[in-house]
Write a protein that binds this ligand. Structure first.
Ligand SMILES: [Cu+2]
Length: 195
């Protein structure tokens, strides 16, 4: 029974070590959308990058009657911990992929889900139908949601040639791009999304 805490602390140490990746490159750029109002729900990501990485835990808050962040990129196997900082109860469920319903919980409470399958999960609250967010589950951690102006940055990308793609919640599309990342270098890749 004494080995369990030791194993847990070893895993924690490995998780910390795992964040110190070998020097990679950066991919950055700007996404434009037509129509522009659909821009904020967009993720730029690398389709497939080999290698095993320690699973991470992310947070999605419920605050001011909305999910924050609105778009959360995670990696297959990662956990999302859903928080509640409102004075009312919220529910957390998604009909997508394998689907989940974490029930309802009050201010200060939390519930977690492990995303085992890649895909996009619309994140909903059964109590407040206006609440909506997206959990983007990729094959690898090299993904970024665009900001309000369409900018994105993906850091610590391993050197190599990868397929860079864009997901948009409103089915706007742009062709994938082949990008070659060099250690310590930054490359620019812009996209124009349309129907
Ligand atoms: Cu709610």
């Amino acid at each position: 029974m004494r080995t369990a805490p030791l194993a847990a602390s070893l895993l924690a140490a490995l998780a910390v070590a795992g964040t110190a990746r070998a020097e990679g490159g950066t991919i950055a750029g700007k996404v434009e959308a037509t129509p522009a109002k659909y821009l904020p729900e967009t993720v730029v990501y690398l389709k497939s990058v080999p290698g095993s990485r320690p699973a991470r835990t992310h947070q999605m808050d419920q605050r001011g009657m909305q999910f924050l962040p609105h778009v959360l990129p995670v990696t297959q196997g990662d956990t999302v911990k859903f928080l509640n900082h409102d004075h009312v109860a919220h529910n957390v469920y998604s009909p997508d992929g394998e689907g989940y319903n974490l029930g309802s919980f009050k201010e200060g409470e939390a519930a977690s889900f492990v995303f085992k399958k890649t895909g996009v999960y619309t994140q909903l609250c059964s109590i407040h139908p206006e609440m909506l967010a997206y959990v983007f589950v990729g094959q690898n951690p090299f993904a970024a949601a665009v900001d309000a102006k369409g900018h994105y940055v993906i850091k610590d990308v391993p050197a190599g040639t990868w397929q860079l793609a864009v997901w948009n919640a409103h089915k706007l599309k742009a062709p994938d791009r082949s990008v070659t990342v060099a250690a310590g270098k930054k490359l620019e890749a812009d996209f124009a999304l349309k129907r």
